[in-house]
Write a protein that binds this ligand. Structure first.
Ligand code: FAD
Length: 307
């Protein structure tokens, strides 16, 4: 795609996707089709989740390695600290750096349902950000002149365990003070929630970019599951519309439109880009991009508006 007219001085919007390490060979096949489709959109990075129990560690590391070795994509490795010893975490960060990873999303994580994890050495994600920065400092020779990009989670609605929304904003400030470079939000369903978070965060002194995390809800089941996992208040209007839709195509249209509306509201509120929770599927994510006026660098497939 070629730009027409004078170049825009506005910065490009960031674009990224979340992927899960596949659990079965079939899931791996679907994932790799998705990866190849998403690669065409030249995202800034793709993030790879990490199971807080550590049970998917090997598949996560394998996926990160293949993304680095076999694609043009830049992976961002999620890492959680709940149930991990300090030594274990230092070794994991060390290994990620050695394998060529240059971006880590530092999270606390949640023990999987009906599971008790051993007591870990770190209590909060901000402790993990600090540990990542300390490990990075010891490894500067390996990183040469580079530096790790460290992301953290933010919440446009209150975190389920938190006493208040303001408490979460303080937690975000602590993550910034510990060395975080950027934040990605948990899902949210109502446009004003993102704006409220950014306003409260800026008032509190948070200066790092806050990127809205968006999930196209393409079925009632997905909406229910995502709301439950994230501990969110249900968007009943959206749920009713999905439930009343005739077929998958209609549900996808509804889910995509809802996501485009949320993304536009966030971009209007100054969001520096978007992060899409893909559920390892590309169709809805690509639909969202097609309907969104993102300022992106020129890409092979011509998706997005070039500035
Ligand atoms: P924290 O920032 O530590 O916050 C946890 C709770 O502690 C909050 O209630 C917070 O307000 C409170 N808190 C924080 N600091 C303090 C403090 N100093 N004093 C008192 N209270 C404090 N989970 C996974 O298991 N694997 C993943 O790959 C994964 N990826 C995610 C990606 C994104 C973009 C997001 C938004 C979430 C992801 N999660 C993942 C879920 C995340 O692990 C949970 O939301 C978890 O419950 C909190 O993680 P956190 O990093 O926000 O923790």
């Amino acid at each position: 795609a070629h730009s027409v007219g004078p170049p825009s001085l506005e910065p490009y919007h960031a674009l990224s996707y979340e992927l899960w390490p596949p659990r079965t060979p079939n899931a791996a096949e679907t994932l790799w089709r998705t990866i190849r489709e998403l690669e065409q959109t030249s995202p800034d990075y793709v993030s790879v989740t990490y199971g807080a129990s550590g049970s998917n560690r090997d598949t996560a590391f394998e996926l990160l390695g293949r993304l680095l070795g076999e694609t043009s994509l830049r992976p961002l490795a999620h890492l959680t600290c709940v149930g991990h010893s300090r030594e274990n975490l230092e070794n994991l960060v060390d290994e990620l750096i050695t394998r060529g990873i240059r971006g880590i999303l530092a999270l606390r994580g949640d023990a999987p349902k009906d599971t008790t994890l051993p007591p870990g050495d770190l209590s909060y994600a901000s402790d993990l950000v600090r540990l990542v920065r300390e490990t990075e400092r010891r490894r500067t020779a390996h990183l040469c002149a580079g530096r790790l990009a460290v992301g953290v989670a933010a919440y446009a609605t209150k975190h389920p365990e938190s006493p208040s929304f303001d408490h979460d904003v303080e937690a975000l400030l602590a993550k910034q003070a510990a060395g975080a470079d950027f934040a990605i939000t948990q899902l949210f369903f109502f446009p004003d929630q993102f704006q409220r978070l950014v306003a409260a965060a800026r008032r509190a002194g948070v200066e790092i970019p806050i990127i809205p995390g968006l999930m196209p809800p393409t079925s009632v089941r997905r909406l229910d599951r995502a709301s439950e996992l994230a501990g969110l208040e249900m968007d009943h209007r959206l749920r009713d519309r999905l439930a009343a839709a005739d077929d998958d195509a209609a549900r996808r249209r509804i889910g995509v439109q809802a996501t485009v509306d949320l993304a536009n509201a966030a971009l209007d509120a100054g969001a520096p880009g978007i992060h899409l929770y893909t559920f390892n599927e590309h169709a809805a994510a690509l639909d969202v991009l097609e309907h969104l006026d993102l300022r992106r660098p020129p890409v092979r497939g011509g998706l997005g508006r070039t500035a």
